[in-house]
Ligand binder design. Structure first.
Ligand code: NAP
Length: 487
């Protein structure tokens, strides 16, 4: 306790990616200095550290993809490349004094709630306890390897896009890539020219919208240096546009959805000349059902002479390449798996046990749910950042983390003031919240007949089905009646 009877918490932050860095900055601003930041890797940056594939970029406009309090005048392009984003996070972590506090190469392996404290055990064998755990472990960080017969028998080079092998030169090689999601489209656009032959194995076509990239000149950059006000205004302009087009469209607003559809269909029509190829690239589900791809290189790449689009299903993989169900063998030197991520793992495989030893595996074995995405009944003083139903279609995930971090700080404030003994949402509140989410899903485009990583095993989208503004409003103040009252 401090002199004024406020409790001062100790907090462990798990992960030093975009959200972990943000949480550390905000907690310190709130005067909470007893922080432990654990990072399993040797470098910060999360998804931008792990994804180094050729063409990696963010398809959210760069000036919107920054912390609101620290714009970046140095972006080289409207859609920032991965390495620049990684540099930005490193700079911010250093500027705000967070980088030096990170314990690198130390993963949290066990987290048990005992007598009002979290008892933590790390991969370096360290044991300690804290009042709060903030799991800033991201959403898409467990690569999915496709369940295809013979995958391991391939004798060429093979890797997942999130584990890019930079030692292999693709020049002149026979390269295959499985998948045509956001990642694959960026990769294909970048590598097509250098490959000898590139075969794209497409299971399901995707809708793609082209938003022109733009190089920012030295003059552009200079006009923004030291001008946080201008950077904020620019970010707000992009955010307004994204909110009122893509984010509104996917959640069921008719006009924005019609605009998205028109943009995607027109892009396909205008970009792909050969009607047979166009047919192969035309999805049979509505625009936005799978995450809309924003890309300006894929259609050009797929029309190159050295690139072929294979839509016949994959039967198996052999030592020499991919065999499709028509019996044809596609001999390859390199096989790239652009097969996405498992989005329901969150902080796992960490062992997480809450009140009375309740195991997250048992709680989530039935369904991965949380209260307001952040709190899990049975797991007091534990906050899951970017938890289930956080994502808002094609919007900046940084903005989402900022809103959630403010919400978490307000909850910790209740604990500091003694209004809450422990911060734990009730099971009833979690159920009510998830019923409310479910009620909104019917009008979204995600449930209109496609398969995507948005959907859980029951076919329920792990997304926020209402507007961005509604989400922000609802997280402005914690509703204390949804939490266990102080004894
Ligand atoms: P994804 O969207 O889940 O796409 C995976 C691709 O692999 C799909 O085309 C899928 O086909 C295919 N696939 C999976 N298993 C297969 C199998 N057994 N046989 C054949 N094909 C198979 O993954 P992603 O492209 O990595 O993107 C994931 C998410 O990461 C995106 O939606 C986005 O949120 C994020 N991301 C963002 C950016 C950005 O710029 N902001 C860039 C990249 C990624 P089906 O469609 O048939 O399942």
């Amino acid at each position: 306790m401090s002199n004024n009877n406020r409790r001062e918490p100790s907090v462990a932050i798990i992960g030093a990616g975009m959200t972990g860095i943000l949480a550390a900055i905000k907690l310190r601003e709130a005067g909470i200095n007893d922080l432990t930041i654990l990072e399993k890797a040797d470098e910060l940056g999360g998804t931008w550290r792990e994804n180094t594939y050729p063409g990696v970029a963010c398809d959210v406009p760069a000036h919107m993809y920054t912390y609101s309090f620290r714009g970046n005048p140095e972006w080289s392009n409207r859609f920032a490349r991965g390495n620049e984003i990684q540099t930005y996070f490193r700079q911010v972590a250093e500027e705000f004094g967070v980088a030096g506090q990170i314990r690198f190469g130390e993963a949290l392996e066990r987290s048990h709630y005992v007598d009002g404290k979290w008892q933590l055990h790390t991969s370096k064998g360290n044991d300690f306890s804290v009042d709060f755990v903030v799991a800033a472990t991201g959403i898409l960080h467990h690569p999915v390897y496709p369940d295809i017969k013979g995958l391991d028998s391939f004798q060429g080079d093979m890797w997942h896009t999130a584990r890019w092998n930079h030692d292999v030169d693709l020049a002149g090689k026979r390269v295959g890539i499985i998948g045509t999601g956001s990642t694959a489209c960026q990769v294909i656009g970048d590598i097509a020219e250098q490959c000898g032959d590139l075969t794209i194995f497409q299971r399901t076509p995707q809708w793609i919208v082209k938003v022109a990239d733009k190089d920012y000149s030295e003059t552009d950059k200079a006009s923004l240096r030291g001008q946080q006000g201008k950077l904020t205004a620019l970010s707000k302009r992009y955010a307004f546009a994204m909110r009122n087009t893509f984010s509104a469209g996917v959640t069921g607003k008719k006009l924005p959805l019609a605009l998205m559809s028109w943009m995607a269909k027109r892009n396909l029509r205008k970009s792909v000349r050969d009607p047979a190829l166009r047919e192969k690239l035309t999805p049979d589900y509505p625009v936005g059902c799978k995450r809309l791809i924003i890309n300006s290189t894929f259609y050009d790449a797929v029309q190159r002479d050295n690139v072929s689009l294979e839509t016949t299903g994959i039967e198996r993989i052999t030592d020499r390449g991919v065999v499709t169900v028509d019996g044809e063998t596609h001999e390859l030197d390199v096989l790239i798996l652009a097969t996405g991520f498992s989005p329901f793992e969150f902080m796992r495989p960490m062992e997480l046990k809450g009140r009375n030893g309740v195991d997250i595996e048992d709680v989530w074995g039935r369904k991965v749910q949380a209260y307001r995405s952040v709190c899990i009944p049975g797991f007091p003083n534990f906050f899951l950042m970017l938890g289930p139903n956080t994502p808002i279609g094609n919007y900046s995930v940084i903005a989402m983390s900022e809103v959630q971090t403010d919400y978490v700080l307000k909850l910790i404030e209740q604990w500091r003031a003694g209004t809450l003994d422990e911060v734990e949402a009730t099971p009833e509140a979690k159920q009510r919240y998830n019923d409310y989410l479910k009620a909104g899903m019917g009008k979204t485009v995600w449930v209109r007949g496609c398969q995507s990583w948005y959907l859980d095993a029951d076919g329920d989208p792990a997304m926020w089905p209402y507007s961005w503004n509604q989400w922000v409003r609802e997280l402005e103040q914690p509703d204390l009646k949804d939490f266990r009252p102080a004894a």
